[in-house]
Design a protein around this ligand. Sequence first.
Ligand code: SF4
Length: 448
Amino acid sequence: MSTSLASASASAEVDVEGIRRQWLALRPPYCIEDRRLPLPVWARRGFTDTGEQAWAALRQDASRIELTRPFCIYVHIPFCANRCSFCDCYSFPLLQYRARHVEGYLALLAQEMRLWSGLGTLAHRPVSTVHFGGGTPTFLGEEPFARLVQDIRENFSTGPQTEWALESTSSELTPGIVSALHRLGFTRLHVGVQSLQDDVRRTIHRREDAATVLDKIAAAVSLGWIVSVDLILGLPGQTLAGALADVHALETVGVDGFSLYELQLSSRNRRFAEQYGLAGRQRLANYLLTQAASRLLISLGYRKTLFNHLARARDTNLYFTFPERGEDCLALGTIADGVFGDYHYRHPEYKAYCQSVTPAFPGLQGGLRRNALENQLHSLEVALLSARIPPGLFADVLGQERAEVLFRRWQESALVESISPADPCSNLRLTGNGSWFISHMMAELAVP
Ligand code: SF4
């Protein structure tokens, strides 16, 4: 991978000296190679309750939640037309029996919705956003997808305030589907672009070339969609110049938000990792690519709204920012995880999900309640993930002395910086280093 920050084109595009200074500022325990993504609470310490116990706890909690309190809905669709070799998402292709699986899955989701909408006041509480992820939600097909949307409308209080959003891959975005979704009320589209370099796209078996992808995004933007994209950094053959060119091309066609991901390696893409020798990879190149893309976006007027998402004001990204607004999340479908108050739950993988949903049980795998310490630190974790760090909040929760120790360490390693350098008491924000080491920072909150 060619990522020399000294190259003339990179120097002209991004603040190379700034990236170098930020990198050199890093002190132990912050090691570039030791990057981890933040984990939800259930993944950190496992479930304490079975699925049945979780459902009982949620039913009991639901009766206590106010009618006016908004919540968001996430629906996981685990199907794709093909399995992309690099992908570590939970999804699979339906090579045969497609219609049977699609209809069966929609029936289970409808069953779940009927149960959830009977829970306390949930059917009457305002829905801030409905977000479909996957997988490729549009793989369901136009008519089944429209039925799913109708089911949600019938079971919950969606309205003019609700943002309808979905994730997709560009090859599924035919003009007909994009128009149909827009007519259904969808306004936000998150496209898994990953890379616009045609040689890289061929490596990851993307069927469309960059020009086609850009044309499709431009068409969606012209219909009034808010479009955000995933870019993956660390793909085989990717170059710094290519990554920066991708950002420019997408900005030019009107993309409002960018999620920057390092290529994640897991059992789901092990063969791809082995094929391209990524298993023992050095991550410095990925770090440099991420910092350069992030800085370029900031110079183009995008702002960090999550630790890994940069957006213009139009891209409110309501699903990923629900914790910042203190909302609950009703998650539907296989592997989807949701939260009500301080109670977190998750659904199992596809086969177990299909076997466990009944007219009396929404097929939960397990659940757990945040403990006292997790509740105490929750607002701080949310602030870090949101990339906005009010010092007063940290001092209130951790005490002035402990907050100052943490801030000093984070500032020494350039993980945070003051929004207003002239005012050291102003709010802090995550730097590129902070985004890279977000899980380290979250873990440090709990260290006495
Ligand atoms: S990258 Fe997207 S389209 Fe490809 S397998 Fe993963 S979720 Fe499906």
